[in-house]
Design a protein. Sequence first.
Length: 428
Amino acid sequence: MSKLDNLKNLQIQQLKEVNPEHMDQAAAVKFTSNRLNALEKFVRDSLHQDKEYFAGERSTLQNIIDTLTTESNRLQQHLQVNREQKQSIEAELKISHDEITKLQAIVPQHDEKELQNKIQVAKKEIMSINKMRQDDANSLNINDLKQLNIKNKDKESPVNELWIWTLVVIYKEPASSYYWNNFKEQVFEKPEGSQDFKERLGRVKAVDMKKDEFERTQNLLKQKEQIIASNILTPPILAQINIIFKIVDLMIQVEKKSKEIHENEKLLQKLALDKQQIQSDTNKNQDKAKILQDRINFLDTIHKGYQFMHDAMIKKIHSYQQAQILNDKFTEQIESSFSNLDFSKSYNQQYVPQIVQTIQHENIDVQENQQQEIKQVVVEEEQQQIQEQQKVIEVKQTLPEQQIDLQQQPPTEIVQTKTGGCEACNVF
């Protein structure tokens, strides 16, 4: 049964309730049409409201989709920027790691322990040489040196160079103050002078020499052969002169060892500075690498967050697009409902004749029912009359029998009742 069939039956029933005795066909049709028009207006208004609602929903969904799309694009830009920053930082981090590897691969030109050993050995050798110098200085026989006599004619003798060197280097006096007789008297002839000469000769250090003093010492060694070959030197004096040259040679050895120590100390210091610089550069690169790695880790965390939000945006956009599709389907259904909505036409074409026919049939049925009821009443009255007649006949038949019984029975005592009659009278 369709909805219009239900509506037809409902209208007929309502029409009966409104006018149960006079069911006019025109009134029924008019009443039903008015109700249908009101219902159709209500449905149209409802559909129009639904259409406006879904149109508003579509606009809202579109605004949400546009907003989510904009936000998704913004997040995509952030993701791209993060990727570029990470690539740049990773390249910089690689440079730092490469630099650390290079620094760690640097092999020092000199071994630190080896340099330290050389310095210690050289210092010990200097101590040994200085001891030899002191011993040689103490072994000098000043009395033999007193025998040396340099006359005025020997003033150009190379032997003078030895004593001039002694005056300049050992006593720190100018060369212009040299005069052999005076020098001999002050240094060799006086006891305190000879002892002071030995001490000075044994402890003076080549490193304490000035530049001109060192040059004079080197020149003295170059003239050694000439000095030794001088004919004014007796064997005892020559022996003492050789001791003095040995002391000078030991002084030069100490100078060389001192320079060696100095060079090794400089190398050791440079090695320490280089090592310190390498360590400093390594630490800087390691700190930089750590900072860069922390930035990469931070960008990875941010990237994951942006990626999560971007994926969520895409899912939301898809969800709202599906909702928009469903909303459009509802709108299409509403449009279809508008096109199919014509209750009055369908009702007038199909159901008005049925209503009229139904009302006519029901009027006939009512008349037949009323006639049937009248016939039923007549039949019931006739049946009642017949039953009453039968009762009268039965009463008449029972009276002679009761009289015979009374004649045979003894006289009945008459009992007075409260109402004033007798009990026998109550039988009749």
